[in-house]
Design a protein around this ligand. Structure first.
Ligand code: G16
Length: 545
């Protein structure tokens, strides 16, 4: 049977023909050159309607962004009702819809999915959406709106937002009026919630030291951070001195160009535009402000990186201390989730703290899922993408525990504030940055002291372009540490790794770029570079043969 919306879908789809390409819902949705995306975004809109109807009219989010990718790329991803990433079984439907070659086949597939998924076409459907600052954003929004109109969806366009702000709004709108209410459904509500939590979290800390210079990657994080600052206490009132840099969103080509979290992490250097002096605290967001990386120049002007692993260890140790101080350590099982990119030294440090560590494949969706298995799940990718999840049990314990001493009451108050300060839906650079600032203030830590908690193994990340990145498949269950294909590759990598002290290297296809990534670490800088180059060369050889 044809879907109720078949005619409207076919008509609007004719405006956005499939360009004869094969698409795949990847690490973070669909992502590629923006001029290939019109039909994909249109079809994602169709799926959002189905998803919302399947979930009885709960609101689904659609974010148009390509995050850390260059300005000419764009992307689209779906957000499920609690603000989490789209349920993985639905990714396959997204891929199928995106690849339907003609209007007829699209309509047929849509009707089939409606029937197979037992979706009632008359159920209301609701979607909210937003975009980052890319030039292609408004055009892609039109494609999305065409799909929402064709399938009679109620929608709200939030225009420019960071990705985590959209995730926040999705959760707020779906929990409104319930016992799980997450916050006011507005951008202002986001700032107010975060600012109130920040003030409460800072109440029992030392005054923050120095300033923090924030590189906003010339993306949407710039204007949004400026807005957030208006709600935060001033320096005089005990707040932080935030210096905003790279916040020019008027020049499309400057997005993520020689700045931003990905640039800093990959190149292991500050953006060339940085004028930070030695020991000044700096951080970089990415293009849609869902990642943050800290760094500074030490006394000898050497660049020092404080990446996602560092944020994870800082957060886990701080929350562990608060749990002990508040008398809740028995009730809060804290765990950390990492990927293969985590520096080996960070994993050892977490194990020394006697905390469990789990590994998943790259992609926030995998880490997030694993983190829900702990009362307090700290998850960060080394690239700065992550957050801390508090389970319903943990929240109950924190909010109902009767403190037995003033010291317990103080720790409990800070812990409660963190549950609001930290975005529970997804990694959020603005929220994570405030979290780091709160912890540094509480610990009276400079960046140098934070760095001194353990010593990273020197490491290197290399991006290699190959003929077909899909030929590079990893073995299931190895958290992407071992390659299955090309057959000869893993043995050669093992051979290379064996030559270096504390050597480790792995290769995986990127899910967001047309490339393969090589990670290597070893006991010295020279060895890590050497190992990375050797493995990158063999990947080039095999991948372009
Ligand atoms: C996205 C994902 C991250 C992932 C990154 C790189 O980040 O959300 O989980 O680490 O891509 O993925 P890959 O190595 O597969 O290209 P973002 O910030 O670009 O959305």
């Amino acid at each position: 049977m044809a879907s109720k919306y078949a005619e409207a879908i076919a008509q609007a789809s004719a405006k956005h023909p499939q360009p004869g390409k094969t698409f795949q819902y990847g690490t973070a949705g669909f992502r590629m050159k923006a001029d290939l995306l019109d039909s994909v975004v249109y079809r994602v809109g169709l799926l959002a309607a189905l998803r919302s109807r399947k979930l009885n009219g709960q609101t689904i989010g659609v974010m148009i962004t390509a995050s850390h990718n260059p300005p000419e790329d764009n992307g689209v991803k779906l957000v499920d009702p609690m603000g989490e990433m789209l349920e993985s079984s639905w990714e396959a439907y997204a891929t199928k819809l995106a690849n339907a070659p003609s209007e007829e086949e699209l309509v047929q597939l849509y009707s089939q999915l409606t029937a197979d998924l037992k979706v009632k076409p008359d159920t209301p459907a609701r979607v909210i959406f937003a975009r980052d600052t890319r030039a292609s954003g408004p055009r892609l929004v039109e494609c999305l709106v065409d799909a929402l109109n064709a399938t009679q969806v109620e929608y709200t366009d939030y225009k420019l937002l960071t990705t985590p702000q959209l995730h926040y709004l999705v959760r707020c709108v779906n929990t409104r009026g319930t016992q799980y209410e997450y916050g006011e459904v507005s951008e202002k509500g986001y700032y107010e919630k975060m600012a109130a939590a920040f003030k409460q979290a800072m109440e029992h800390s030392d005054k923050p030291k120095g300033s923090v210079s924030v590189d906003c990657a010339n993306g949407v994080g710039g204007p949004k951070l400026r807005e957030l600052v208006k709600y935060l206490p001033s320096q005089k009132e005990g707040g932080i001195d935030i210096k905003i840099t790279n916040d020019d969103v008027s020049k499309a080509e400057s997005l993520n160009h020689q700045c931003g979290a990905d640039y800093v992490k990959t190149n292991q250097r500050a953006p060339p535009s940085s004028s930070a002096k030695p020991l000044e605290r700096c951080c970089s967001l990415d293009g849609d402000a869902d990642r943050v990386i800290y760094y500074f120049l030490d006394e000898s002007n050497t660049f020092r990186l404080l990446d996602g692993d560092r944020i994870a260890t800082l957060a886990a140790s701080f929350i562990g201390d608060l749990a002990k101080q508040s008398g809740l350590s028995d009730k809060l099982k804290i765990g950390v989730v990492q990927t293969a990119y985590a520096n080996g030294a960070s994993t050892k440090y977490i194990e020394k703290m006697k905390l469990p560590v789990e590994f998943t494949a790259t992609g926030v969706k995998h880490l997030h899922h694993a983190a829900t298995r702990f009362d307090v799940g700290v998850y960060f990718e080394a690239n700065g993408h992550g957050t801390v999840l508090f389970s319903p049990n943990a929240l109950k314990a924190i909010h109902t525990y009767d403190p037995q001493s003033p010291a317990q009451a103080t720790a409990l108050q800070t812990l409660a504030a963190l549950t609001d300060l930290i975005n529970q839906t997804v990694g959020d650079a603005l929220s994570d940055m405030l979290l780091v600032e709160v912890i540094l203030a509480h610990k009276s830590f400079s960046c140098a002291e934070w760095l001194a908690t353990y010593t990273d193994l020197p490491n290197r990340l290399v991006r290699v372009e190959v003929k077909d990145r899909n030929a590079w498949k990893t073995v299931a269950g190895t958290a992407e540490r071992k390659l299955e294909t090309p057959r000869e590759a893993q043995e050669m990598i093992d051979g290379a790794v064996g030559k270096y002290k504390e050597g480790r290297s792995f290769v995986r296809a990127s899910g967001t770029e047309e490339a393969v990534r090589v990670y290597a670490e070893a006991s010295t800088r020279g060895e890590a570079d050497d190992l990375a180059n050797n493995v990158a060369n063999l990947v080039k050889r095999i991948g372009n043969a």
